[in-house]
Design a protein around this ligand. Structure first.
Ligand code: ADP
Ligand code: MG
Length: 707
C-alpha cells in the first residue's frame, strides 16, 4: 500500500541522505504526506514575455540567444550575460556563479531566464534570475514552490512530491453521498460535479495558468475547500472515535443521594451564598454525567471569579456520598493550597462526622506529613485529596478513586492528565470520571474542533454583587501617579497587587526585578506593609506571605505572575501590571480577575513601557486595547484567538502534530459544521472508510487529540 511508509526498513536504517533526513524531519515519510505537502506559492513559467514589452518591476520569463558574455571585475567581480530575443535586449547579472553555469550561458546558447526586470541607465536587466537552457515546450501548469529547508533543495522536493503524487492511488475515502452539496465544492462548468481528493491535490500541486491566483492564495478555491473539508472531517472522526471508545469503558456510578441527604445537601446548606442559575445548571449537567456508568469527560469553563470551585466541591460531594474518593489537582501550590483551605472550611466538619478528612499532597511536604497523608489516602479515610501534580505520583494509592477534578487544565501536559485518569484505585477495569476546569474560555469554533470529544459546561454569569473593574492604560513615565493612587487605596483599608513582568528566559533577572520593585515601593509607601511573592521562594515562605495577604496583614503584594491563576482575596481592589505589553491577553485577563471580587469599586492599571522606539508594537497595542474595551472573558478569548491563533489555547493539546494545517477556523465555520454533522454518520454507515480516512490524514497522530 502506498499510503504506508515507503520501504520502512530502508527508512529506519541510518543510511539516509541529508535530503531524505530533512524530509523525515518535516514528517514527509509516506507518499500521502508528500502529496499533502502543498505549495506555498507558484511561479508562472508557462509564458514567455517579449523583452520589449516586459515591464519594469515585474517578474517575467524571457527567452533569447546569448549575444555577449563576460566576467567584469569592477566594481566587483560579476558575470554579465546579454540576451537578445529579437524584440530587445536584456542584461543578466550574477555576482556568484560556477564555471558550469558560465558554460550554459555561453554566447550562442538559447536561454530562458526568469526574474524581476529592472530598468536602469544601461537598459533592462535582471539580477540573479533563474535560468535554464531553452529546451522543449513550456510547462502547461504553474510551477509549485514548496515549504522547504536548507537541507532540502526545492528541486529535490519537487521531484519527491511529483513521484509520490504519481504513485499514490488516493481513492476517495469520503462517500459522495456525504459530501457537502455546497456550490464552493463544485467543478466549474460541470454542473454539480464535485472535486475529488486526487483531482484536487493534482490541481493544487500543478494548477493551470488560467486559475485566479488569489483563490489559491486565500484557499477559497474549490480544490482547497475539498482538502479543508477532508482535514476537518479527519479531526472530527478521530474525536468521535475517542468518544465512542470512552462510551464503552466503565466508571463507577455516582448516584446523587436523595434530596436533602448526604454531603451534597449539607454543603449547599452551609454555603454563605446561593448558587447562581448558571452554577445550578452546570451542576446538574455534571451530576447527571456522574450518575452514568461511563466515564465523564467534561470541561467546565467559566470566567475568572465565576465560581467554579463550589461546583467542583459539589461534584466531589456526590462522589463521596456514593462511597468513592475524589482527587483535585491544581497547577501551582498556591492555588492548590487555596482550594485546600476552602474545601477544608466547607467540608471538614461534615467529613469529620463520618470519620473522614481532606488530605493534602504537595512537592515540598515533610516526609512524615506526607507518609501520614498517603496512609490516609490508601486507607480511604481521606475522601478528598487536594494537591499539585504530587497527586499523580506512583506512591499515591487511592483506595476507591471515583472522580478527578483538574483545575486550570490547560496548564497540565497530556501525560499528566493521562496519568491521573489511569490511576489504579477505581474498580478493576474502570476509569474515574474526569472534570476539567478552565478560566480561559475556549472560543466556540475551537471548542467545536479541538475539543469535540469533550462535553463542555459553561458558567456564563458572575455571582451577584461584583463591581466591574475599570481598566486604565498608563505609560510607565506616569508611575508616580499610580503610586499616589495606590497610597489612597491602602489608606482606605483596601489591598492591592503589583505584578512584575516575566523576563524572558531569565528567572534570575525576574527575581531581581521583583525584589527591586518591592524595595522601591516599600520606600515610596512608608507605613504600608508590603509583601513579596515570587516563584523561587520556598513553599512555606510563599504560603506565609499569601496567608498574610489573605488575612489583610499585608496591604500590598508585589509579585511575579505566580498569582496569575485562582488567587481569591475579595478585599483587593487595585491591580497594577507593570510592562503589561509583555503579557498575553488571556494572562492579563486572568490578572485583572484577581480584583473586583468584593463590593468595592476596583481598578486595573496596565502600565506599559514604550522601549527604545518610543512606541508599542502593533500586537501589544491591540492586546492592551482589547483589555480596555472588554471585560468579557469570551470576547477576550475570541480576540486572543484572532491575534495569536489557536496554539495558545490548546495548552497541552498544543502539540503541533494535532493542529489543523489547512483549515482556518476563522473562515471555515461552514465546513467545520459539515464535518461535525458528517463524522457520526460516516462512523455509523461507513466504518471502514472512516478508519481509512483517519489513517490517511492523521497517521499515528490522533493519540494527541484524545488526552
Ligand atoms: P473561579 O471560577 O475563578 O475559580 P472561584 O470559585 O474562586 O472562581 O469563586 C470566586 C469567589 O466567588 C469565591 O470567593 C467564591 O466563594 C465566590 N462565589 C462562588 N459562587 C458564588 C455565588 N453564587 N454567590 C456569591 N459568591 C460566590
Ligand atoms: Mg478557580
Amino acid at each position: 500500500m502506498s499510503e504506508a511508509p515507503r520501504n520502512p526498513a530502508k527508512l529506519s536504517t541510518a543510511r539516509r541522505s541529508p535530503a531524505q533526513q530533512a524530509l523525515a524531519r518535516l514528517g514527509l515519510l509516506r507518499d500521502i504526506d508528500l502529496a499533502l505537502h502543498l505549495p506555498l506559492r507558484y511561479e508562472d513559467e508557462t509564458r514567455i514575455t517579449a523583452i520589449r514589452s516586459a515591464r519594469e518591476g515585474e517578474v517575467a520569463q524571457i527567452e533569447g540567444v546569448v549575444v555577449h558574455s563576460e566576467v567584469q571585475l569592477h566594481p566587483r567581480r560579476q558575470l554579465v550575460v546579454v540576451l537578445d530575443d529579437g524584440s530587445g535586449r536584456c542584461e543578466l547579472r550574477f555576482f556568484s556563479f560556477y564555471p558550469s553555469q558560465q558554460k550554459t550561458m555561453a554566447v550562442g546558447e538559447r536561454l530562458r531566464a526568469r526574474g524581476e526586470l529592472r530598468g536602469g541607465f544601461w537598459g533592462r536587466q535582471m539580477v540573479h534570475p533563474a535560468f535554464r537552457k531553452a529546451q522543449g515546450p513550456l510547462p502547461a501548469a504553474l510551477t509549485p514552490v514548496y515549504p522547504a529547508s536548507a537541507q532540502l533543495p526545492q528541486a529535490y522536493l519537487r521531484r519527491a512530491v511529483a513521484t509520490a503524487l504519481a504513485r499514490v492511488p488516493l481513492p476517495d475515502t469520503v462517500p459522495e453521498a456525504l459530501l457537502p452539496p455546497l456550490p464552493q465544492f463544485q467543478v466549474k462548468n460541470e454542473g454539480k460535479r464535485l472535486w475529488g481528493l486526487r483531482e484536487a491535490l493534482l490541481f493544487l500541486h500543478h494548477p493551470t495558468p488560467d486559475v485566479a491566483l488569489a483563490t489559491l492564495q486565500d484557499h477559497s478555491h474549490p480544490a482547497w475547500q475539498r482538502l479543508k473539508a477532508e482535514e476537518l472531517l479527519a479531526q472530527q472522526l478521530s474525536q468521535a472515535t475517542a468518544r465512542a471508545q470512552r462510551a464503552r469503558q466503565h466508571a463507577p456510578v455516582l448516584a446523587l443521594p436523595r434530596a436533602g441527604e448526604g454531603l451534597h445537601a449539607a454543603l449547599l446548606a452551609r454555603l454563605p451564598f446561593a448558587l447562581t442559575a448558571a452554577q445550578q445548571r452546570v451542576g446538574a449537567e455534571i451530576a447527571a454525567d456522574l450518575a452514568q456508568a461511563q466515564p465523564m469527560h467534561r470541561l467546565l469553563q467559566g470566567d475568572v471569579g465565576a465560581g467554579k470551585t463550589v461546583v467542583a466541591a459539589l461534584a466531589a460531594c456526590q462522589a463521596m456520598d456514593a462511597g468513592w474518593q475524589c482527587v483535585l489537582m491544581a497547577p501551582t501550590e498556591i492555588l492548590a493550597r487555596q482550594h485546600f483551605a476552602k474545601l477544608v472550611q466547607w467540608l471538614a466538619p461534615l467529613l469529620e462526622a463520618r470519620g473522614q478528612a481532606v488530605a493534602w499532597l504537595a512537592g515540598g511536604q515533610r516526609k512524615k506529613e506526607r507518609a501520614a497523608m498517603l496512609a490516609q489516602i490508601a486507607g480511604g479515610q481521606a475522601a478528598l485529596v487536594v494537591g499539585t501534580h504530587a497527586v499523580i505520583q506512583e506512591q499515591v494509592q487511592l483506595a476507591r478513586l471515583g472522580l478527578v477534578v483538574i483545575d486550570e487544565q490547560h496548564r497540565f501536559g497530556v501525560a499528566q492528565r493521562l496519568a491521573l485518569r489511569q490511576k489504579p484505585g477505581a474498580a478493576a477495569g474502570a476509569e474515574p470520571h474526569l472534570l476539567m476546569m478552565t478560566a480561559t474560555p475556549i472560543p466556540r469554533t475551537l471548542a467545536m474542533s479541538y475539543y469535540a470529544d469533550l462535553d463542555v459546561s459553561t458558567i456564563d454569569e458572575l455571582p451577584p454583587g461584583r463591581t466591574p473593574v475599570v481598566t486604565r492604560l498608563i505609560a510607565d513615565s506616569r508611575r508616580d501617579e499610580v503610586i499616589a493612587r495606590l497610597r489612597e487605596q491602602v489608606a482606605g483599608g483596601r489591598q492591592a497587587y503589583w505584578v512584575c513582568p516575566l523576563i524572558e528566559e531569565s528567572e534570575a533577572l525576574d527575581l531581581r526585578n521583583a525584589t527591586a520593585t518591592h524595595t522601591e515601593l516599600a520606600g515610596e509607601l512608608p507605613g504600608v506593609r508590603v509583601g513579596l511573592l515570587h516563584s523561587r521562594m520556598p513553599a512555606p515562605e510563599k504560603q506565609a506571605v499569601m496567608q498574610a495577604f489573605q488575612a489583610g496583614e499585608l496591604a500590598l503584594l508585589v509579585c511575579t505572575t505566580v498569582i496569575e491563576v485562582g488567587v481569591d482575596v475579595p478585599n483587593a481592589s487595585l491591580m497594577v501590571v507593570e510592562h503589561a505589553e509583555r503579557f498575553g491577553l488571556s494572562q492579563l485577563h486572568q490578572l485583572r480577575g484577581r480584583v473586583g471580587r468584593g463590593a468595592a469599586a476596583s481598578a486595573c492599571v496596565l502600565l506599559y513601557g514604550t522601549g527604545e522606539g518610543g512606541r508599542l508594537g502593533p500586537g501589544a497595542r491591540e492586546r492592551l486595547r482589547a483589555m480596555v474595551q472588554s471585560q468579557d472573558g469570551f470576547e477576550i478569548a475570541r480576540r486572543d484567538l484572532q491575534i495569536r491563533g489557536p496554539g495558545e489555547f490548546l495548552g497541552a493539546r498544543q502539540s503541533g502534530d494535532a493542529m489543523l494545517r489547512f483549515a482556518d477556523l476563522a473562515t471555515d465555520g461552514a465546513l467545520l459544521q459539515w464535518a461535525r454533522e458528517t463524522a457520526p454518520r460516516m462512523l455509523a454507515e461507513y466504518p471502514e472508510l472512516a478508519r481509512a480516512h483517519i489513517a490517511r490524514w492523521l497517521g499515528g497522530k490522533s493519540e494527541y487529540l484524545k488526552a
